[in-house]
Design a protein around this ligand. Structure first.
Ligand code: FCB
Length: 448
């Protein structure tokens, strides 16, 4: 029986769990990064986040009330293999085992992501993603999680947004591990992430499981009609959209000559064979398109960002362009043709300045409009032939938004970070009825 379209929400371990020192979890690069003064806005601490590690049952109840048939969460590598390699921490796996059981009992498909940026600090100290050993360690960790959960979990996401982890974490230095490497070394980080994905995919597939790779994608437009801006747009597109996708779907790296790179030194014979054809589904995270211009003379990178004007923006300042999602899904289809695999929108959502009103409700009409418009854009792409099999809202509960701390609220559920009280926003009810409509499930009057 073909599986039904997945309607879900997505979260990640470090952003919701808290309990950073419990049950044998060791620090990740994010624990260490957040300790450094000036890295997180207003010095917000990730120590508690949404306290999901203790309140997971309440959060599963929320998922149940929402009516989703899938839940994308991430497994914390430093909880499961605290030193990155070697001993597996049973208590860490127990947590995800309980979560998976609770989801399955409610008819919600668990869709775990194995790496959502929280590299064990021990591995960082051994070279992190600059070291090939990290790729091997990831495959072993993936195998350990699959051995424990693979009897109940069918679809697995290896990495979340390797392009963002590469660029923000290893080039711009604004995310953990806070490095500012040169282009060749940044490309090494890219290759080792892809190799990690490919090796882990082998482990998962040898157990009969399906493999997805999730990236951030963004349609790219040149700021003007000039040839220089067009070249900048091509360079940015190669980096953002192709670098982590071409090798997986077509077996070759894109042209990176605009970055002064003829190739990637870290690539060894046989690596591309491991990476090529290693996915059964492509996870597409979409937030906004990107506009780029030619850089000034002598700049380190072959592009510059240009502002997108004339459209609404989110609290984060991100431009709201729903048609971008339709365009993106069709672009991927056109670009990869028969090499493309089914797509899943694994993240889409927006941050807004949500406030609790006197009656305890949270009106978030901008989020409802954002989500409704993006779902329609996805529908149009599907009508025009894009094979999309799922849609996940980012995110369930307002959470720790990386370097922004608790400032950006992306949740369908408001969280008072002082008390951990959860309050479904209006968008929660909106999404519940959308799912009920689309799945034909009776829209039970779920109690608030
Ligand atoms: C994505 C990340 C996710 C969240 C959203 C807002 O880039 O994958 O963790 O931070 O952005």
């Amino acid at each position: 029986m073909p599986s039904p379209f997945l309607w879900g929400v997505a979260t990640s371990a470090f952003q919701v769990e808290g309990a950073l020192t419990e049950d044998g979890r060791a620090p990740s690069v994010w624990d260490v990064f957040c300790e450094r003064p000036g890295t997180v806005r207003d010095g917000h601490s990730p120590a508690t986040a949404c306290d999901h590690y203790h309140r997971w049952a309440e959060d599963v109840d929320l998922l149940d009330r929402l009516g989703v048939n899938a839940y994308r969460f991430s497994v914390s590598w430093p909880r499961v293999v605290p030193e990155g390699g070697g001993t597996v921490n049973k208590a860490g796996l127990d947590f995800y085992d309980r979560l998976v059981d609770a989801l399955v009992a409610r008819g919600i498909e668990p869709v775990p992501t194995l790496f959502h940026w929280d590299l064990p600090q021990a591995l960082e100290e051994a070279g992190g993603w600059s070291s090939r050993g990290t790729a091997q360690a990831f495959a072993e960790y993936a195998a350990a999680v699959a051995d424990r959960l693979g009897d109940r979990v069918r679809r697995w996401i290896t990495l979340n947004e390797p392009v963002v982890h590469m660029a923000y974490g290893h080039a711009f230095g604004v995310h953990a591990p806070g490095k500012a490497l040169d282009v060749p070394d940044v490309l090494t980080v890219a290759h080792h992430q892809l190799l990690a994905h490919g090796l882990a995919a082998g482990e998962l597939r040898s157990r009969g499981l399906e493999v997805l790779l999730t990236n951030n994608y963004s349609p790219v437009d040149p700021a003007t009609g000039s040839e220089a801006d067009a070249a900048a747009a091509r360079a940015y597109d190669a980096l953002h959209n192709r670098l982590f996708t071409d090798p997986v779907l077509t077996g070759a790296y894109p042209d990176l000559s605009a970055f002064g790179a003829e190739g990637i030194d870290a690539v060894r014979e046989g690596d591309l064979a491991v990476i090529a054809g290693s996915v059964d589904g492509l996870g597409v995270n979409y937030y906004n398109p990107t506009r780029v211009a030619a850089p000034p003379q002598g700049a380190a990178l072959p592009f510059d960002f240009a502002e997108i004007t004339g459209v609404p923006t989110t609290a984060f300042g991100w431009p709201v362009v729903p048609e971008g999602l339709e365009r993106l899904l069709l672009l991927l289809r056109e670009r990869y043709g028969d090499d493309l695999v089914p797509m899943y929108v694994t993240e889409n959502g927006c941050s807004q300045e949500d406030e609790v009103d006197a009656g305890g409700g949270v009106a978030d009409p901008e989020r409802i409009a954002y989500l409704a418009q993006h779902v329609r854009a996805m529908d149009r792409a599907r009508e025009r032939g894009a094979d999309v099999r799922g849609y996940f809202v980012w995110t369930l509960t307002d959470n720790f938004e990386w370097a922004e701390g608790y400032h950006q609220r992306f949740g369908l559920v408001h969280v008072d970070h002082a008390t951990q009280r959860r309050r479904p926003k209006d968008s929660f009810a909106w999404y519940r009825s959308l799912i009920a409509d689309r799945t034909g499930r009776a829209a039970e009057a779920a109690p608030e």
